[in-house]
Design a protein around this ligand. Structure first.
Ligand code: AMP
Ligand code: MG
Length: 422
């Protein structure tokens, strides 16, 4: 059984252990809601989606040509009589008699009795004196019964599960949902995530930077991460390092958020009132996690609704790395996407990588595929936890587990690809 985050105490936690405890702060997926097709992008299905129709709906032609019942042992001597033309979007219900065919275009339904389509290039048309059109087939020995025909339901049979519950909906999924005729779907409500920064030195971008100040990078990186992971942001701004300001911000957040994220102010020793304010507003655990970058981290529940809270470190890279390791899986669980995060691949280290035994190191790295098909990865240089520019150069985190003191060139490592807008 997973320990709750309050029972973990003062010992050093393994990353997996901390992740499980954080995820356990969410009791399960948020309630479902019906959402219109055009607004489904990025949302997560709350129930499986079943096909209400066969796709394709009709058995239809895969090529332009003629459709007929192919009986090679009884080819009509004067050619097939063309009794109609069927264009895409139209159907004829009259069954074909032996020796008859219809002209057909790609996608048009086959008439009853037809089982084969012969492409136009293989046909000769002759018009007789009384206006009849006869169709002769070139190289009939090459025709296979059933050729160039798409069977009804061959892509998706009616009643089949097309998308599982917990699927996040991207472009292909939206196309598929539309192709089945749905104009809305049942999805999990987007988690509302309140985000705030703390620190007297932290200044909103656009303001004048005091000599001892630093612009608020974390809130904007975290709000973007929240959206990338399916959440809806409630921006609480920068809360000054006073107990009252933080307490009132927290109680506001606890009112309507599903998750509260802060950065900074959870380490021991600095003039941080977050701790005191948090303890006033809820139940809290302060953790030491065997991770770099990323210490310290606070976790808990706020207010009467017991809203999950994560207090991420103040250093910008550390706040992003801990978001990805802890907040992202929690957001996944709130959306019914158990186990969806973190995503991992294996790559070969191009150069030696530094790490330390006894903690998980997350290095900012770049991976690319080599001509032999393997993924190669190298770190992107300076790894200080305040250096955001290396986060920009990175396209993955290299995850070096706590049993490895170092990684030699040529050894395999785990990477977590970072989401990047193309
Ligand atoms: P703290 O965890 O509050 O001790 O902060 C650790 C470091 O991160 C300090 O150098 C802070 O100035 C910096 N920091 C804290 N919050 C932010 C923020 N929102 N944006 C950029 N840097 C920050
Ligand atoms: Mg601080």
């Amino acid at each position: 059984m997973t320990l709750s985050c309050f029972e973990l105490g003062e010992r050093m936690l393994a990353v997996e252990e901390a992740r499980e405890a954080v995820v356990a702060l969410a009791s399960g997926p948020l309630p479902a809601e019906r959402v219109a097709l055009a607004s489904l992008h990025g949302r997560v299905l709350a129930e499986p989606l079943l096909a209400p129709i066969d796709v394709p709906q009709n058995t239809n032609a895969a090529m332009d040509g003629v459709a007929l019942a192919w009986r090679p042992e009884a080819l009509p001597a004067g050619g097939f009589l063309r009794v109609a033309e069927v264009l895409a979007g139209h159907a004829i219900d009259r069954p074909l008699a032996s020796g008859e065919c219809v002209g057909i275009t790609t996608g048009a339904p086959l008439p009853p009795g037809a089982d084969t389509v012969i492409m136009r290039e293989q046909l000769h048309l002759e018009k007789s004196a009384d206006g009849e059109i006869r169709v002769r087939v070139d190289l009939p020995e090459r025709v296979r019964r059933g050729q160039n025909v798409r069977q009804a339901g061959e892509d998706i049979p009616r009643g089949a599960t097309v998308l599982a519950s917990g699927t996040r909906l991207g472009a292909a999924e939206l196309g598929l949902i539309a192709s089945l005729g749905f104009r809305e779907a049942t999805v999990v409500r987007r988690p509302r995530v309140a985000v705030f920064s703390t620190g007297d030195e932290v200044v909103a971008p656009g303001e004048t930077l005091p000599s001892a100040g630093i612009f608020d990078a974390n809130r904007f990186a975290l709000m973007a991460l929240v959206e990338e992971h399916g959440g809806e942001v409630i921006d609480l701004g920068i809360l000054p390092d006073t107990r009252d300001a933080i307490a009132s911000g927290l109680s506001r957040a606890a009112g309507d958020a599903d998750l509260v994220l802060s950065s900074g102010g959870v380490s021991v020793g600095d003039a941080d009132y977050t701790r005191a304010a948090l303890l006033e507003q809820g139940e809290l655990g302060f953790w030491k996690i065997a991770i770099r970058p990323g210490r310290p981290l606070a976790c808990g529940r706020l207010g009467s609704r017991g809203v999950p809270f994560l207090g991420l470190p103040g250093n910008p890279v550390a706040s992003m790395v801990t978001f990805l390791q802890f907040a992202a899986p929690l957001l996944a669980r709130l959306q019914g996407r158990e186990g969806a995060w973190p995503r991992r691949l294996t790559a070969v280290a191009e150069h030696p990588l530094r790490s330390r035994e006894g903690r998980v190191d997350y290095l900012r790295g770049r991976y690319a595929s080599a001509s032999d098909g393997r993924l190669l990865v190298s770190d992107v240089g300076a790894q200080g936890s305040g250096i955001l520019s290396s986060m920009v150069r990175a396209n993955c985190l290299i995850e070096i587990d706590d049993t490895r003191g170092s990684v030699a060139a040529g050894e395999s490592v785990t990477i977590q690809p970072l989401f990047r807008l193309p």
